[in-house]
Design a protein. Sequence first.
Length: 357
Amino acid sequence: MDDLKQKYLTRIAGAEDENALEAIRVEAVGKKGEISLKMRELGRMTPEERQVAGPALNALKNEINSALAARKAGLADAALDERLRTEWLDVTLPVRASRAGTIHPVSQVTEEVTAIFGEMGFSVAEGPRIDTDWYNFDALNIPGHHPARAEMDTFYMARAEGDNRPPHVLRTHTSPVQIRTMEERGAPLRIICPGGVYRADYDQTHTPMFHQVEGLAIDKDISMANLKWVLEEFFSAFFGIEGIRTRFRASHFPFTEPSAEVDIQCSWIDGQLRIGEGDDWMEVLGSGMVHPKVLKAGGIDPDEWQGFAFGMGIDRIAMLKYGVPDLRAFFDSDLRWLRHYGFASLDQPTLHGGLNR
Ligand code: 2NL
């Protein structure tokens, strides 16, 4: 019996892992184990023999079970110690750079423009990018022979033979939305229409799709003076420059009379453009008093109402504000570019935060 005890305790102490331990347990105290077989032999002993052997076998079995449990716990402790020693993390290591998305500059500038005009009582009107040539041209007093209508400049939708619907175009400005809104809401009216527009043009300063915001204010006695105040208020807020000066130059558009092109004050020093200072001027938009024929096309009586309108390129004013040199950077670029030019990533939202108002 002592030999048996010595044999198993030695083997248990030397077991290298849980599998080896389990094999020893089966061999010693499993159903057909050595100790169990010995216990079965008790039945064939005399009562005297049994009285000695029974308790001794039980004690041996208990001792082996305790030794197994103790060794198992010891192995688990050792395994944990080994993991703690090898599986550690250096929490002081710098994190990997995360790839955050960015708000597109055109979207960001559209939001800035919308917020500024919103405070002056203008709401946003939207409409289709594909529209009839009536809404895009005729309603705006653009005559049938006007060069802008030529296929050189305008994308016409293909039409199947026998399709008698009026010709449709990709809108070349957001003015058709303003005509539709005049029809739907009537006067008085104060709206801006931002959105994508299309012209057949592609070079360093033109992309076939670009973005415009047009504004329209109609009331009983709205004048060019109101237009000048609204635009100066807008540019001051947009560029974050108090009292920015504007210059109106007489011009011509079919949809306004009189018409003016509007410049903002700037300086060019050592090839550096600065907005709102100096003696130079930078053209930024076209504007004027809405032509009576255009009011009529929108269902508004020109004998009762009048108003101003203006249009400017969103991509262009975004380039001026953030110093982007090539328009194509907006539509064919990677994120490093945008970060370089100061556009915020999604994890640092700056909704209207850049206005310095
Ligand atoms: C430019 C010129 C302009 C308008 C757009 C407009 C719209 C209606 C009626 C009258 Cl519904 N006018 N829009 C007026 C003047 C100029 O844009 O050079 N934009 C970049």
